[in-house]
Design a protein around this ligand. Structure first.
Ligand code: ATP
Length: 236
């Protein structure tokens, strides 16, 4: 993708049935790596789902100044990809087959080209191309899920808690991968529970509590802010 995508969310409300989780939320996802922090139930996943069209929403979302469509398949075509929590790979299919499915939008030649690119960008997956996804470790599966999302050459990649349940070394690897993807020109929006590590790799961050923003700013500043230090870094 010819990246540097910029997402703007204005007055976003979304929830489940009559239960509104997000109320009148406004934020910007600039090129680079943006992290969304917050306690369980704050609405972080709900935000990603609303952007991705998986739940209904009210409010305005634009990607590079263009209204984002409301249906997921059109949102994907507009260049937005989501790696949902839990990865949702096809466990009985190989790594290669999972990646090919990520390129469902593409013609055959383009899909092959992207697949070669994916194996170049994720060399560990090339070694495992014929392994069944369900037999891989949690970290490896997360890597497949990210590579699969990248098959559609998104302009905006959204990652929902990519490091969930992973060993510290894999957490570092996944966060480094997110950083690399952002550096290569795909805008990344990531929800993370590993606050310290996430702020160390991110450019900017938002802190969400009970569906509302309580802090935002450059990651380095957020890491030093009292709201983040007291609530998330265990320092007064
Ligand atoms: P977590 O870190 O636990 O995933 P989160 O910040 O991502 O937290 P959300 O998953 O967005 O939080 O949930 C926000 C609120 O919406 C919670 O109160 C949750 O119980 C509720 N919620 C989430 N999914 C549904 C659903 N499918 N139906 C009804 N309520 C839901």
């Amino acid at each position: 993708g010819s990246g540097r995508a910029h997402l703007k969310v204005q007055g976003l409300s979304a929830g489940y049935g009559a239960f509104l989780v997000l109320r009148d939320l406004s934020l910007e996802v600039r090129p680079g790596l943006t992290v969304v922090l917050g306690p369980n139930g704050a609405g972080k996943t709900t935000l990603l789902k609303a952007i991705n069209g998986l739940i209904g929403r009210q409010g305005w979302i634009t990607l590079d100044g263009e209204d984002l469509p409301e249906k997921t398949d059109q949102i994907v075509r507009a260049g937005v990809a989501l790696v949902a929590e839990g990865r949702q790979l096809f466990p009985q299919m190989t790594v290669r087959e999972n990646l090919e499915l990520g390129g469902w939008l593409l013609g055959r030649d383009e899909r092959e080209r992207r697949l070669a690119q994916a194996f170049h960008d994720f060399p560990k997956l090339r070694e495992r191309a014929d392994q069944l996804a369900g037999t891989m470790s949690g970290g490896e599966q997360q890597m497949v899920a990210v590579a699969r999302a990248m098959m559609s050459a998104p302009r905006l990649l959204m990652l929902d808690e990519p490091s969930l349940g992973l060993a510290p070394k894999m957490v570092d690897e996944l966060l480094t991968m997110a950083r690399r993807i952002a550096d290569a020109g795909t805008t990344v929006l990531m929800v993370e529970q590993n606050v310290k590590k996430a702020l160390a790799v991110a450019d900017r961050g938002y802190v969400l509590e009970r569906g509302a923003l309580v802090a935002c700013g450059p990651a380095a500043l957020l890491a030093r802010s009292s709201v983040v230090r007291e609530a998330y870094l265990g320092a007064a």
